[in-house]
Ligand binder design. Structure first.
Ligand code: SF4
Ligand code: SF4
Length: 421
């Protein structure tokens, strides 16, 4: 028996609040900073010594209640490794769904996919699938760092995990669960990074790497893929950022200058059209277009991030709320005490590339300005016509992907409209 699925209201549910000149809210709760992996690009890897924490389940329910009352309709549980507390997370996902929050997300480093040859592997995965299916979870991500299995496993310190994922995906499919492969972009995305330092070399290397990654994800059996932009703070110009989220790092694997970021994003922008009819690619090209332009031509070009306005991050360490994982000096206190009306709605921030916040900010930006400041909207459209064309294309693609609903299979007939000519 597969779990029940709550009714989804579709794209209007996401876009409707924009008519009220606000973006649907998003809350990312770091449930724990405990982790069992060794990712060299992460400050929370198991080899780092610091006092680890986990939030209390009843406290998180209070946050969820407040989120639902204030128009939050996207809720993520991140870590650390959230699946170390699988039962808690599923209970909270169910609670959020019951409170009316439709778009729930959580994921794993995949530790449970190790040892795929052991006799109890299938039953272990079925138990997880049953839990996810029953919870109504909208998006289930599995993190993957490289198209090369051995390199991914070595980076994560999780041997055998890729074979386990390949074996587990059809089992999840039986339960109507279509996980997303989450690529944390890093220099080893396509294999050990050997390219030189010129822009052309970096572009070529990442162009191949992204293609290799998408092909590998399809071959493994994934039907959704997402890219997490490098969680680094610009080594040349850290600005006022002081990360509270330990997933940020100064590791060279994910350190990119502004110029390099623009090149990496260009490579991704150019690769997506080759693969988006074969696998649902969440990464909006509008967002990449804006970030490229922000880093090359116009620092203020992209739509300002909604972090601290409608999007928030709760830190496992102190249980407090921050505008995002990067602004650790802006402590907003307990989430259930946060007065959304008192927040500065006009605050501007473009200081990092955290896709969790930057992608939805870019996608909602045109509608927000259309309804809030039509003259400004028109000025932007006339100034950069390709942007609005890309935006419309992204919206059509999101619709063809059924809003990346991780509980429905891909509709390849709809996706075929996006095949390269
Ligand atoms: S990236 Fe995730 S899995 Fe890897 S060490 Fe950090 S928290 Fe753990
Ligand atoms: S751009 Fe958004 S996510 Fe990045 S530092 Fe600013 S508010 Fe935070």
């Amino acid at each position: 028996m597969h779990g029940t699925r709550k009714q989804r209201k579709g794209i209007t549910h996401i876009l409707f609040p924009l008519f009220g000149n606000r973006v649907p809210g998003q809350l990312i709760i770091q449930y724990t900073d405990k982790c069992n992996a060794r990712c060299p690009q992460c400050g929370m890897r198991v080899t780092e010594h610091f006092s680890r924490s986990k939030l209390d389940i009843e406290t998180v329910k209070r946050m969820i209640d407040h989120a639902a009352e204030n128009g939050v309709n996207a809720l993520s549980f991140t870590g650390g490794e959230p699946f170390l507390f699988f039962d808690d997370i599923m209970e909270l996902v169910t609670y959020a769904g019951d409170a009316g929050i439709k778009y729930t997300r959580t994921g794993t480093n995949g530790f449970m996919f190790m040892n795929p040859s052991t006799p109890d592997f299938n039953s272990r995965i079925r138990r997880i699938a049953e839990g996810i299916a029953a919870s109504g979870l909208y998006t289930f991500w599995i993190s993957i760092d490289s198209a090369v299995p051995a390199l991914h496993e070595q980076m994560r310190g999780l041997p055998g995990v890729i074979e386990g994922i390949e074996k587990a995906l059809p089992i999840f499919g039986e339960y109507g669960i279509y996980p997303s492969a989450n690529l944390g972009i890093n220099r080893n995305t396509g294999g050990v990074f050997e390219a030189g330092t010129s822009s052309a070399q970096i572009y070529d290397s990442f162009r191949k790497a992204f293609g290799k990654f998408y092909s590998a994800a399809i071959d493994l059996g994934f039907t959704i893929v997402n890219a997490c932009y490098p969680m680094s703070i610009d080594a040349d110009d850290p600005g006022e950022l002081s990360a509270v989220y330990g997933a940020t790092s100064e590791a060279s694997l994910i350190q990119f200058t502004k110029e390099e970021r623009a090149v990496v994003f260009s490579a991704l922008f150019d690769t997506i059209p080759e693969y988006r009819s074969k696998i649902r690619i969440f990464t909006p090209r509008t967002s990449l277009h804006s970030l490229i332009r922000q880093y090359t031509l116009e620092p203020g070009y992209s739509y300002s991030c909604r972090g601290g306005i409608e999007f928030f991050f709760v830190n496992a360490g102190d249980g407090n709320t921050y505008p995002c994982g990067y602004r650790g000096t802006d402590n907003l206190g307990k989430f259930w005490e946060l007065d959304f009306e008192k927040l500065d709605k006009k605050a501007q921030c473009r200081r990092c590339d955290w896709e969790c916040f930057r992608d939805p900010s870019e996608l909602s930006g045109p509608l927000l300005t259309l309804f809030g400041n039509p003259a400004f909207f028109l000025k932007r459209v006339l100034k950069d016509p390709p942007h609005i064309k890309l935006w419309l294309e992204d919206i059509r693609y999101f619709a063809a992907c059924n809003l990346f609903d991780g509980r429905t299979p891909p509709d390849y007939r709809k996706l075929s409209a996006f095949a390269p000519e």
